[in-house]
Design a binder for this molecule. Structure first.
Ligand SMILES: [Zn+2]
Length: 299
């Protein structure tokens, strides 16, 4: 009698949670493009419509309102990154900390974590990702929606696995939950290189000399995972450029000398918060390191 055939393993799937349209390209554009090229299914969840964003680049919207325009920009960015599936979580952009929009009844920031997490857990159960990525607990740079994205993602991963949770779909255990981050020594080097090149640094013109002076970023020792995305820099740039209302042509994202762009974007860094690190020592080279879904690195 032939041995029973093992059920097919579910396809490797990466799910990234981002508060606003454009965050997916800024924070995870490299790993999304790389994963798609490796045959991994990629899923992006956008928590809000970016209602409080301004037309920063002052582009001609041709009478279209900014939210509709940003939806089209996001669609173009997702196409550039070859993202498999996209979901809206259905909340409203809370705006920067302290604005009246923080208190809007539909704002993501004021949403009940349990309710928002149940929505996200239903998406996780439907998409069955082994790996989930979100902002860190500080909301990367402190924006209320980015802080909420971390809270909601942590809870959603727990709810998705809990067979008693009132969430549609079969329970699903995510193997690894990460936050995207930036190591402080790399941030400091980028800041100095921007100033030296005569370009605007996001940290202003201040003479920062110590990593302790940086207002954000992770301790270098805390970074568990550093993914080489250099071969996908052009794709990441195309995705960033698709968000033309938010990332103007004079932004350092698009306007830096090639060597500086490499320094800033050639790898993307993460901290594993749930699950096991997949390498014995050093930083993991891939978000799927150590999982049963080896990905074919094509470089
Ligand atoms: Zn954002």
């Amino acid at each position: 009698m032939p041995p029973p055939t093992a059920p097919a393993a579910p396809q490797a799937t990466l799910l990234c949670v981002h508060p606003h349209p454009d965050d997916e390209s800024i924070a995870c554009g490299g790993v999304l493009a790389r994963a798609a090229d490796q045959g991994v299914r990629t899923v992006v969840v956008t928590c809000t419509g970016g209602e409080e964003g301004d037309n920063l680049a002052g582009i001609d919207l041709g009478g279209e309102d900014l939210v509709a325009h940003r939806r089209r920009e996001l669609a173009a960015a997702l196409t550039a990154l070859s993202v498999t599936a996209h979901h809206w979580l259905g909340y409203r952009d809370s705006g920067m900390a302290g604005l009246d929009s923080n208190q809007h009844p539909d704002s993501f920031h004021t949403a009940k974590v349990e309710e928002a997490a149940a929505r996200l857990a239903a998406i996780i159960r439907a998409e069955r990702p082994q790996v989930v990525v979100s902002d860190d607990a500080q909301g990367t740079y402190g924006h209320p929606d980015h802080i909420q994205a971390h809270r909601v993602t942590v809870r959603a991963v727990a709810l998705a696995a809990d067979d008693a949770a009132p969430v549609p779909g079969a329970p699903w255990q995510v193997a690894k939950r990460y936050v995207h981050t930036l190591g402080r020594s790399r941030l400091l080097a980028v800041h100095r290189a921007l100033i030296e090149a005569g370009l605007a640094s996001p940290f202003g013109a201040a003479e920062l000399t110590r990593v302790e002076d940086l207002p954000l970023g992770a301790d270098d020792d805390a970074v568990t995972t550093e993914v080489d995305v250099a071969p996908w820099l052009a794709v990441k740039r195309a995705a960033l450029a698709a968000h033309a209302s938010q990332i103007g042509p004079d932004s350092f994202f698009l306007n830096s000398p090639e060597a500086l762009t490499e320094q800033m974007f050639a790898s993307e860094e993460f901290v594993l918060e749930e699950g096991s690190v997949g390498v014995a020592r050093g930083r993991e080279p891939d978000l799927f390191s150590g999982l049963d879904h080896p990905t074919q690195v094509r470089q």
